[in-house]
Design a protein around this ligand. Structure first.
Ligand SMILES: Nc1nc2c(c(=O)[nH]1)N[C@H]1C(S)=C(S)[C@@H](COP(=O)(O)O)O[C@H]1N2
Ligand SMILES: [Mo]
Length: 559
């Protein structure tokens, strides 16, 4: 509501700039404002207080970010407010954000916060001019919002409050000092008669001085924020530790990827997804920085032997390698929130065997350093599948954004119920006793990955040359496997596609289909058949609450 009202204010002030040009002319005649129509009194030139408000808040926010980088990196006011918004957002918001912005949803959220902040800052400046100290109170309140968000984070440390207090305090003080500069440059409404009758304008700074003050303040704020950005990129200590790290060789290596797993069709997803191309989904606005030297994994709850594992202890265990395709429950039919990697890690079933779950336990609630939790059925962690406490991804330590130093990977389950990154705790418990992060936000407490397939080649909407054409894509039903993929052209019969060699039942598989394309518009559809005989359903379901269904179809024009 605030933003809408603010927009209207700006709109009705459309004549303000011209007013200002006249009132703001160099006061060589010593009487600025004489020519200004003053029908609307002080409102006519409230853009100056608005600008002062923006300058004050930019200064405060910039210094707050700088203090955060120096003193409390996980408590940057922007990050904690963004993090709180993510946690508070209604369940549908996740999907909408991903649908609109894909994996740029975090950048979009930060941009949105910045826009709202600037609008509120402008409004605060205006209110400060009209009814001091309302603007100062708003600036302080913005800091207080950051403060509350900061100290309620799961990973809050003892000085988490500092950056937001600096941001709010500096904004409030600067608001108190700058807004009067903007106001006093104009004749006060009560002085209008005097000004109009030719008396000297009230004492105060002229337009140029005001712009210098406001501009200078804004610039300092921007420089502070930029400095914060640069030094956080430069002083990435954990990233340096990761780069220097050598992981042990697996005690049990995965067999080489069969050459026939890769069909070599241009435009088709590679069967192993390079780390840099691997989708990223999480609630962490700032990637958690976990030093392996400080990392511990606590295994507790309904167990006979509570454990606490250090990094060195974990690496000393016999590690195994396994290929598994991770998928996000938010992935739409035909979407890209899925990737396949070769993971290195310690089987969680071995870890749980050491902890010895007691009778009655049916779930493991895994927790990340940043408070995210996932509920994984105990059975999926103790059966014969290679559910891993993973430390390596495609031959390197986990990238920071994929969970360094350790995460879970459980073949066959969507990430939100299994793939906890930056994992620090496994609590053996019961589904009827505890609920995980997304389960409390309307998503299903269990999330087996659904049978799916997609078309990668050709791209939808693409023009295809008539004649021999290849249609190709990916199919998956982790932990069950794919038996067949079929292709349908223009509502005709389903025809078998050629399957590449599957790495395993836990990974996706490539498929291709040769098509003698005839000129005209065509619809291409695909469907997979699982190793269990299940045919991919045509019934469409949206991602919430437990994964999308339906068949990928696309339209192409053959010329
Ligand atoms: N700590 C943490 N781990 C998390 C999440 C999260 O928000 N926080 N999201 C999960 C979800 S929803 C998915 S789909 C996978 C994605 O893993 P990736 O980013 O490595 O692809 O991580 C899972 N692990
Ligand atoms: Mo996800």
């Amino acid at each position: 509501m605030t933003a809408i009202r603010q927009d209207r204010d700006d709109g009705t002030d459309a004549e303000t700039p011209s007013t200002e040009t006249e009132t703001g002319k160099p006061p060589s005649d010593g009487s600025p404002g004489v020519a200004a129509p003053r029908r609307r009194g002080g409102f006519a030139s409230l853009w100056r207080p608005a600008l002062a408000g923006v300058s004050a808040v930019v200064l405060g926010a910039g210094l707050g970010e700088l203090v955060a980088v120096i003193a409390a990196p996980s408590s940057s006011p922007f990050a904690v407010i963004g993090g709180a918004l993510i946690d508070l957002a209604p369940p549908w918001a996740k999907d909408t954000a991903i649908a609109l912005f894909g994996t740029n949803d975090k950048a979009a959220l930060l941009a949105l916060i910045a826009i709202v902040l600037l609008v509120v800052a402008a409004l605060a400046g205006r209110l400060q001019a009209l009814r001091a100290p309302v603007g100062v109170v708003i600036a302080a309140a913005l800091g207080a919002i950051g403060l509350v968000a900061a100290i309620t984070r799961a990973d809050a440390d003892s000085i988490a409050w500092l950056p937001s207090v600096v941001a709010g305090g500096v904004s409030a003080i600067a608001m108190n000092l700058l807004v009067p500069l903007g106001v006093s440059a104009l004749p006060a409404p009560s002085a209008e008669g005097v000004a109009a009758s030719g008396s000297p304008a009230p004492a105060g700074v002229d337009r140029r001085s005001f712009l210098t003050w406001a501009g200078g303040t804004t610039l300092i704020g921007i420089l502070a924020a930029a400095g914060a950005q640069l030094s956080s990129a430069g002083s990435a200590a954990v990233s340096t530790i990761r780069t220097a790290l050598r992981l042990p060789a697996p005690a049990t290596a995965a067999p080489p990827i069969p050459a026939s797993a890769e069909l070599g069709v241009p435009g088709l997803a590679p069967v192993i997804t390079p780390n840099d191309d691997f989708y990223r989904i999480d609630t962490a606005l700032v990637v958690p920085q976990v030093d392996p030297a400080d990392w511990r994994l606590r295994v507790h709850g309904l167990v006979e032997n509570e454990l606490s594992l250090t990094w060195d202890e974990l690496l000393a265990f016999p590690l195994i390698e396994t290929d598994a395709t991770l998928a996000c429950v938010s992935n739409e039919v035909g979407g890209g929130l899925i990737g396949n990697a070769r993971w290195l890690g310690y089987p969680i079933r071995e870890l749980l065997a050491r902890a010895a779950p007691t009778a009655g336990a049916d779930m493991v609630l895994s927790r990340s350093i940043d408070g995210f939790t996932a509920s994984t059925p105990l059975e999926a962690l103790t059966d014969d599948r290679d559910a891993l406490l993973a430390v390596g991804m495609n031959g390197e330590p986990l990238p920071l954004q994929h969970g360094f130093p350790a995460r879970m990977v459980v073949p066959g389950l969507y990430g939100y119920v299994s793939a906890t990154k930056w994992v620090t705790e496994l609590k053996v418990t019961r589904f009827d006793a505890e609920a995980a992060y997304w389960s409390t936000r309307g998503w299903s407490e269990r999330g087996p990955i659904k049978l799916q397939s997609r078309i990668d080649v050709p791209r939808g909407g693409q023009e295809v040359a008539a004649g021999d054409t290849v249609i190709a894509g990916m199919a998956w039903h982790q932990h069950t496997g794919i038996e067949a993929v079929e292709v349908q052209l223009d509502d005709g019969d389903w025809m078998p596609a050629t399957l590449a060699t599957a790495i395993s039942a836990d990974t996706w598989v490539q498929w291709s289909f040769s098509w003698d394309a005839q000129p005209g518009d065509h619809i291409i559809r695909c469907r997979a058949v699982s190793a269990g005989g299940e045919v991919q359903t045509a019934e469409t379901a949206s991602p919430a609450p437990d994964g999308a269904t339906g068949r990928h179809e696309l339209r192409v024009r053959v010329t």
